[in-house]
Design a protein around this ligand. Structure first.
Ligand SMILES: *Cc1c(COP(=O)(O)O)cnc(C)c1O
Length: 382
């Protein structure tokens, strides 16, 4: 079976792990954690990075640090991985689900402006959603499958309402927006280094920001809010720090970031070219250079087969294709969330098929995937 996305651990991962064991630095204090933070900050073009236990905890800490609190609303796209919505709930708030734009599958700036103008009132520097009386406290774009959102446009709208922007950049390390690095595009951004991401630390994440107060607060709260060397903790804290073991793997991966991301981009481009006359690939807006974490296609609306049927067909040929994200408004815990028009999301989300895209995917393997998909296409078009 050609797997969907498996890590490439052929760098110095095992050497660095052995170093952790030999030095007994296996916990959250250790030189690899600091090295990882320095490397992630540099990769994002940010002043500060704080390593965390996961992408989800990085998002949770980011939301707390910009002041998201109990009963607030956080504007986010319905089209995302469930962790984005989970982090909003972990912070005590609820998602307000908006649509994405078809050119990028990321939060639509016009939709954001429309929702804020039409449904909210600003009083005393606070944005209130009129229908529910609840405070809107942040906007959280998601860089879908590593594709940045249209941040200039989103920031302009958010700034005009005084709303902080927290980006779910989970899979986007290595991407750029209008030639610029990701970090400075939002007040805080969160990365994931989960096992299936382009850069992995097994499990883990990081927050990047240029705001020293935000970085300091996240470091503090994610380390049990301990006030000093003693056992005094000045607020409810979290045990959300990355361990030196995880960071050892992450550092070895980050050393090869350029080539791992380049491989992902090459794979995405090869699929896009192979299928260009037959079917749509994942979108790429002119203003962004995606990290191409995931590659795939969108089945035509009139295809005679659905994604599950095509997945079964591919699997029977030893190709691990999969469906992709189920929008949040179709997920049991989030089905009752406040939502605006989601026409674009509902128009494509059920037709997305991800294809094998491990950074070490060999070209003869990718040819096999392309052949299998081409055969499946003949049957869904007839
Ligand atoms: C992977 C991912 C996350 C979650 O990261 P974890 O490290 O698994 O907690 C969040 N958001 C998006 C968009 C992701 O792709």
């Amino acid at each position: 079976m050609i797997p969907l996305a498996v890590p490439d651990l052929t760098g110095r991962e095992s050497e660095y792990l052995a170093e952790c064991i030999e030095t007994t630095f296996v916990s959250s204090v250790g030189p690899f954690v600091e090295r990882l933070e320095t490397m992630v900050a540099a990769a994002a073009g940010s002043r500060f990075a704080v390593a965390t236990a996961s992408g989800t905890s990085a998002l949770h800490m980011s939301l707390l640090a910009v002041g998201v609190g109990r009963n607030d609303l956080v504007i986010m796209p319905s089209y995302t991985f469930v962790a984005s919505a989970n982090a909003v709930r972990h912070a005590g708030a609820d998602p307000w689900l908006l649509d994405v734009s078809p050119e990028s599958w990321t939060l639509d700036p016009a939709g954001l402006a429309h929702a804020l103008r039409g449904d909210c009132t600003v009083s005393d520097h606070t944005v209130i959603h009129r229908g529910t009386g609840r405070r809107v406290s942040a906007v959280m774009p998601v860089y879908t499958a590593g594709h940045p959102a249209d941040m200039d446009a989103l920031n302009e709208v958010a700034a005009s309402y005084g709303l902080p922007v927290v980006s779910d950049a989970a899979a986007a390390i290595g991407a750029t927006y209008r030639g610029r690095a990701l970090g400075p595009l939002a007040r805080v951004s969160a990365f994931s280094f989960n096992g299936n991401k382009t850069i992995t630390s097994g499990g883990g994440g990081a927050v990047v920001t240029d705001d020293e107060a935000v970085a300091t607060r996240i470091r503090h709260v994610s380390t049990t809010a301990r006030r000093g060397p003693g056992y005094v903790h000045d607020e409810v804290g979290y045990n959300y720090r990355m361990t030196n073991l995880q960071a050892a793997v992450g550092v070895a991966q980050l050393e090869r970031m350029d080539s791992l991301v380049a491989a992902k981009r090459r794979i995405a481009e090869t699929y896009a070219e192979a299928f260009s006359t037959l079917v749509e690939a994942f979108p790429h807006a002119a203003w962004a250079q995606s990290s191409d974490w995931m590659s795939g296609i969108v089945l035509p609306a009139d295809a005679s087969k659905n994604v599950d049927e095509v997945v079964a067909e591919l699997q029977s040929e030893g190709v691990d294709g999969r469906g992709f994200w189920v929008p949040m408004h179709h997920q049991p815990p989030y089905a009752n969330c406040l939502r605006s028009d989601l026409t674009v999301t509902d128009s494509f989300a059920g037709r997305v098929l991800t294809l094998p895209c491990s950074s070490a995917l060999a070209s003869h393997e990718q040819d096999r995937v392309i052949d299998a998909v081409t055969r499946a296409m003949r049957t869904w078009q007839s």
